[in-house]
Write a protein that binds this ligand. Structure first.
Ligand code: NCD
Length: 357
């Protein structure tokens, strides 16, 4: 069975298939009106979300299906101490597919290990957000006509921004993509993405401090909000919160074809004077999120019993009862899980959150 926990769970062909079906749905809405009639999506949202949860819900409804679930942990049995593994064993009896958002990194992976229905990671802590990635891939395709060969700048909170981590991983599947990282020192991209993704998979990247220095080279500018809720230290948040602001004056330095993406919500990192600029693609991006989630749910249900669409094998994973992950935001430090690790260039990492052991 296929789940979507990390963008690299999908092959390049599978990513292309989701994007292509998203485009096909946009052009043939009628044809897909009832294709998931009598199917149910469970939305298991342990963390606040507006657009992601609503777009999953709208997507299933537009395919003729139904939706059940919860939108905060307090209204589920988690508040009574239920584990993710037990919750999913219950939910699989009521729904055909589930989307899970969780503040603990690796929680959707744990769910997928215990589930008979496809699980979609709708965001786990600062770790990953693969359906936003599918949204971004569809948006880049619609805005520019191609993904291969682009230069993309990521600006803002590259440390805690899970959408950035997932999109860079997915871009490693495409040809000749170049990455520019624009962040203050405190919010730099985690080193495992630089070493295990960019360097290992051959994505050239450079790091700059100023948006003005890089903006003229970019085909896509991916802005992000500083993720206040992930800071352990409020003072540090105050120090970095206004690091980068894109405004109409800076847009003058950009290519006439550059697309501005943002997963939203925005705080102040894009001034509203950018909104009327035809290159501002972030609200169109939101709508693409619904179409791509329609395509994703439809395909995961189609692929469910197809051995050609199994989860990737990970021969590099190993079990070690003596090792412990120390990341307080990792599911493995809160619930009893299979103690799985992987090693890359002599560095051992937790399978659930990718933190160094
Ligand atoms: C993002 C998220 O939840 O990580 N939002 C979203 O899914 N549209 C980005 C963010 O919260 O900043």
């Amino acid at each position: 069975m296929k789940h979507l926990i990390d963008p690299t769970d999908f092959t390049k062909e599978e990513l292309d298939q989701v994007v292509a079906l998203g485009l096909e749905i946009i052009n043939n809405r009628e044809k897909y009106r009832e294709v998931l009639k009598f199917h149910k999506l469970a939305t298991l949202f342990y963390e606040p979300s507006t657009r992601t949860r609503l777009s999953f819900t709208a997507a299933m409804m537009e395919l003729g299906g139904n939706v059940l679930g919860f939108s905060d942990a307090a209204s589920s049995s988690v508040s009574k101490g239920e584990t993710v593994a037990d919750t999913i064993r219950v939910v699989e009896n009521f729904a055909d597919i589930a989307a899970m958002r969780h503040p603990l990194e690796g929680a959707p992976l744990v769910a997928s290990m215990h589930s008979r229905i496809p699980i979609i990671n709708a965001g786990d802590g600062s770790h990953a957000h693969p359906t936003q990635t599918l949204t971004d891939l569809l948006t880049i395709t619609r805005e520019l006509g191609h993904i291969d060969g682009i230069t993309i700048g990521f600006c803002g909170d590259l440390k805690f921004g899970r959408t950035v981590h997932s999109l860079i991983k997915a871009l490693s599947r495409y040809k000749d993509v170049k990455v520019v990282l624009i962040a203050p020192d405190e919010l730099k991209l985690p080193s495992y993405i630089k070493t295990d993704v960019c360097e290992k998979l051959g994505i050239p990247y450079r790091e700059v401090r100023n948006l003005e220095d890089a903006i003229g080279d970019l085909d896509v500018l991916y802005m992000t909000r500083v993720q206040r809720e992930r800071f352990l230290d409020e003072e540090e948040y105050e120090r970095v919160k206004d690091s980068f602001v894109l405004d109409a004056a800076k847009m003058k330095l950009a290519k006439p074809t550059m697309a501005v993406l943002h997963p939203l919500p925005r705080v102040n990192e894009i001034a509203t004077d950018v909104d009327p600029d035809p290159r501002a693609a972030y609200f169109r991006q939101t709508e693409n999120g619904k179409f791509v989630r329609m395509a994703l749910q439809y395909l995961l249900l189609q692929w469910q019993d197809d051995p050609q669409h199994a989860m990737p094998e990970h021969p590099e994973y190993f079990r070690d009862e003596k090792l412990r992950c120390t990341n307080v935001k990792c599911i493995s430090t809160h619930e009893k899980v299979d103690p799985l690790f992987h090693e890359e260039n002599g560095v051992v990492r937790c399978v659930y959150c990718d933190h160094k052991i």
